[in-house]
Ligand binder design. Structure first.
Ligand SMILES: [Zn+2]
Length: 334
């Protein structure tokens, strides 16, 4: 027991938490967070630091919980689909006889029943393929959100390891944000412009090109520094603002749509969350007002992370409505 305690103490002495002044130059990002930094830690120590307090603990956990949340939502939706499929299969199997105990041995079942069953199964398969066709943009967004949240978590956990890994993980974090923005466009663009595929292509290719330009720009190491914090935010915001074009277009085209106000409310909530999050990210409030006080809990990056999750959840809400609406009311002229 004593030995175990000694080992723990030795570890703490070997990898102590340090102050901003003691940080290597590449890790100096926010001068208003004064203490509890990890620097040049081995990967193993960095990994297990997920269970201890330092100034990145809540940055790791906020997006890790977000990642788990979106994974659960993805699984729940996929489950839901298979449950519908199971229900349909059960319904079809029982439909001709109305009694699940009656054998479906072809010798015992009249010919017209088998014919009816086959026709219904065919219809079910067609419906399934229609549903699958319509659900993929929804899952593209969920996967994009999970990638963003996980790469952010990994970045905050391991970027204290070395300068090389720090730069790589920070860039992966930016790639994750860009991918989340691009994939967020898929459900609304696909479902809103389902009846005008050329607009789907225009908007989705437009945001993808913008995203690729953003990634290429942010792969220059100079743009990962604190000096370019506002520039990075501007790039991400301009990608978000690109969404105004299809949003106005969609509003004009679907002015009389009964779902207009609900989806608009969700998407406005999303935009508001991202804007508030970005303001915290750039301004570094509240730690700027009281340096040192918010080192562990309550600094701007944690608040920014939380708003990103709220924004993504609001967009998820909108995406579900688009999905349900379009799978029920399919386009007539396709
Ligand atoms: Zn972050």
């Amino acid at each position: 027991m004593k030995n175990k305690k000694n080992i723990e103490r030795n570890k703490r002495e070997k990898y102590p938490l340090i102050s901003y002044q003691e940080l290597p130059e590449y890790m100096k990002d926010n001068e208003f967070i004064l203490n509890y930094y990890r620097a040049n830690w081995p990967l193993k120590q960095a990994f297990f630091s997920i269970f201890s307090w330092h100034n990145e603990t809540l940055n790791v956990w906020t997006h890790l919980i977000g990642f788990i949340l979106f994974m659960v939502l993805t699984i729940a939706n996929a489950e839901h689909l298979s449950q519908i499929a199971d229900f349909m299969t059960m319904f079809i199997r029982n439909f001709p006889s109305g009694d699940p105990n009656i054998s479906h041995n072809s010798k015992c079942v009249p010919h017209f029943v088998l014919q009816g069953e086959t026709r219904l199964i065919d219809q079910n398969l067609q419906m399934d393929s229609a549903t699958n066709e319509a659900t993929w943009p929804f899952y593209v967004f969920l996967v994009g959100a999970m990638f963003c949240l996980l790469s952010s978590s990994i970045c905050h956990l391991f970027s204290c390891h070395s300068q090389k890994l720090n730069l790589f993980l920070v860039q992966m974090d930016y790639v994750g944000i860009t991918i989340m923005i691009i994939t967020s466009f898929f459900p609304p663009m696909y479902y809103i412009f389902q009846c005008s595929p050329h607009w789907q292509i225009v908007y989705l290719i437009g945001i993808t090109i913008l995203g690729i330009c953003t990634i290429i720009t942010l792969l220059f190491p100079v743009f990962s520094t604190g000096k370019y914090r506002s520039f990075r935010t501007g790039l991400f915001m301009s990608m978000g603002c690109f969404g105004l074009f299809p949003a106005i277009h969609a509003l004009v085209v679907n002015w009389n749509d009964p779902m207009r106000n609900v989806t608009l409310a969700y998407e406005s909530a999303m935009a508001l969350c991202y804007i508030i999050g970005a303001i915290f990210y750039v301004s570094r409030v509240p730690e700027k007002w009281r340096p040192g006080l918010f080192d562990l809990v309550g600094h701007s990056h944690q608040i920014f992370h939380t708003f990103v999750i709220f924004g993504a959840l609001a967009h998820y809400g909108a995406a579900r409505i688009f999905l349900e609406y379009r799978t029920r009311f399919r386009c007539d002229n396709r």
